[in-house]
Design a protein around this ligand. Sequence first.
Ligand code: APR
Ligand code: ZN
Length: 370
Amino acid sequence: MRAVVLAEPGAPVQVEQLALDPPGAGQVRVRMLASGVCHSDLHVRDGDWERPGPIVMGHEGAGIVETLGPGLDPVASGLQPGQLVALSWVVPCGACRSCRAGRSWECQDSPSFGHGRDAGGHTRLHRADGSEVLAYLSIGTMAEAQVVPSGAAIPMPAGTPPEVAALIGCCVATGVGAVIKTAAVPAGASVAVIGLGGVGLSVVMGARLAGAGQLVAIDRVAAKLELARELGATDTLLAGADPASTADALRATTGGGPDFAFEAIGRPATAELAIEALPPGGTAVLVGMTPQGQRASFDVYRFVDGGRRVLGSNYGSAVAALDFPRYAALHLEGRLPIDRLIDRRIELDGVEDAFGRLRRGEGLRSVIAF
Ligand code: APR
Ligand code: ZN
């Protein structure tokens, strides 16, 4: 089985041949069909986020169920061999305060965060010398096959294209969910989206779906603005080097600021821009994830005086088992053109090149097609 492995943060990823144990209790083996390359993978690759290693990369994937671990009921789980599944990078623990409150996307104790280690601390992936290899968020999708927790494998409706299912597993759930779930944007509200990668363009699609009024798309790369318009943006702004002038332009375009400003890059400066550009009563929704430990600031008096709000949105407040099939159904109905986010199919050995494109803000989603 070939997989993209990060041996240590900061070094290039490499394709390795690994052995994959059969699924244990509560697990399924999935043959991967598609895996997107997300900016979060780049954060891990560059060491922006502390993660253990060596680790199989990838967290935006879909595939076909091959074998079920012992005791798993194919009817109750919906996981018959041959079933197309999208993979979720959080399987809620079910017991923590957030899970008990019905907000499983906030779960901090998810077994997914063991990156493929079982209760005994062992992984199902091995190098030829027998040493263990982890799987990012217990799904490590940049691999020809994986053994994943059964709760991470979400059955998708018949006819869902595998690469669409893959993107639902991260950027679509994150971006569309930020609009319709986290922020619950009402019809007619004005919306700004800062950063138009896979996540930001999903925010644009979500805002369209929610019936947003004015929809302003912002990026520093002009080519992104064009696609945002095709996906429903009513206005576009090319961001320059100075966030203050982008904030001024956004206020001018929206008659004083957008009701909702989404940050989908993961930079303190653009998070500040999203807050700064708000009118009284406006809401900034922070979707992008910065490197760990970074801080942002805002004018507290002005913020409080105007009754503004800031929301953090993780995974678009997704309940995967419920939301993933809904997003797929919306796609099949023609209301979420997820396929438009993909502009390149690559092989396993093309991931470093795809990271380079992400760094430069070049092109759209690269998807590994297996
Ligand atoms: N001003 C405006 N646009 C910018 C700026 C900036 N200063 N810096 C980057 N961008 C644009 C890029 O041109 C690109 O179009 O932001 C976009 C980021 O997109 P991707 O790199 O494709 O990232 P994506 O996968 O969409 O993830 C965005 O969400 O989940 C998190 O970790 C993820 O923090 C990342 C964010
Ligand atoms: Zn992602």
